[in-house]
Design a protein around this ligand. Structure first.
Ligand code: XMP
Length: 319
């Protein structure tokens, strides 16, 4: 009989037994899996856990603050926040190719994480939010985009002298079970039931070269879209929804003046497995409302479009 409280209890006992008095390091991304691991380990070993949260500058509006509020402020988890925006942006400067951008973001992530990890004394274990589908995926060694963020945190990247042992308490669980564990551990519902967000973040939602101005504009547009989906009870009827920044300028009029500003695309899909997806048939009135809000409230945007491509042939992300 699968009950989240039983899993929590047995995992806590197992973790305590496994690590003893040792210190454990965890890369916290704010995603479901690493969040549940953080809550679980905090409950099991408290102060022996240190989390490193890397703010890449490619996260959603307010995301870094939310992660810190939930874990550091409310739960009392020891979290080191690394503000690495400048570093990511300078590594990405002039780079337009999507796969190249993914590689750079992945590599920079490892560098930053390892540097922080190297400053913490006495760490013997590295915790990871690996879940059962990840285990299967890497066994089949697909390119596994979803694996990227996790492989960032892999021991392979850490300095030889650290020689961390791996601890993966979610290794046997499916996503829905991980969510139920999160509920049992008292994590916020929104965090557990949020749409998936790619490891490279806004880095693959800004087409071509990534710039801070673009990211700031995109964050605002995206936040309006998501807020309105919640307000209209549509968030949970879509599997994934987000805004994309198109580095294309289009003419618009505002008052007496002309503007020549950027274009935002909205993407919302319905899917079970993310391998195929249909575009969400959001109501026209809703799209109209979101479009007006974005153009009125976000400086730098003159036009909003809605993506009506299915997967296949289009992918869910634009890059
Ligand atoms: P696509 O765009 O391939 O996306 O249809 C399928 C799902 O995977 C997510 N995705 C990623 N996740 N790193 C990730 O961790 C990535 O590089 C990446 N690219 C796409 C995407 O958001 C969707 O849920």
């Amino acid at each position: 009989d699968w009950k989240p409280e039983n899993i929590v209890e047995s995992q806590i006992a197992q973790v305590r037994e496994q690590v003893g008095d040792d210190h454990v390091l965890l890369g916290l991304s704010g995603g479901v899996d690493s969040s549940v691991v953080a809550a679980l380990l905090h409950k099991a070993i408290g102060e022996q856990l240190t989390c490193v949260f890397v703010d890449t500058g490619l996260l959603r509006l307010g995301e870094g603050d939310q992660v810190m509020a939930t874990f550091a402020e409310h739960m009392g988890v020891r979290v080191i926040r690394v503000d690495a925006e400048d570093r990511f942006l300078s590594a990405l400067k002039g780079v337009e190719d999507p796969e190249e951008k993914r590689k750079i973001i992945g590599r920079t992530f490892i560098e930053v994480f390892d540097e922080e990890a190297g400053k913490i004394d006495n760490v013997k274990w590295l915790a990871q939010g690996t879940i059962y589908p990840d285990v299967i995926e890497s066994a089949g060694s697909k390119t596994g985009k979803a694996q990227v963020i996790k492989s960032h945190h892999n021991v392979g990247g850490l300095p030889e002298h650290m020689k961390l042992k791996l601890i993966e308490p979610l290794r046997e669980l499916f996503k829905d079970e991980v969510r139920r564990l999160g509920v049992e551990l008292g994590l916020p519902h929104d965090m557990l039931f949020r749409h998936p967000f790619p490891g490279p973040g806004l880095g693959v939602r800004i087409l071509g070269e990534v710039k801070k101005d673009y990211a700031d504009i995109l964050r605002k547009a995206d936040a309006i879209f998501i807020e309105e989906l919640w307000n209209h009870d549509l968030y949970n009827k879509t599997s994934q929804a987000f805004a994309v920044f198109l580095p294309v300028r289009s003419v618009g009029v505002m008052g007496d003046g002309r503007r020549y500003d950027w274009v935002i695309a909205l993407r919302a899909v319905e899917t079970i497995d993310f391998m195929t997806a249909r575009w969400a048939h959001l109501p026209y009135d809703f799209l109209d409302h979101v479009s007006r809000r974005i153009i009125n409230e976000v400086r730098g945007i003159s036009r909003v479009t809605y993506d009506i491509s299915g997967k296949p042939p289009a992918t869910i992300e634009w890059e």
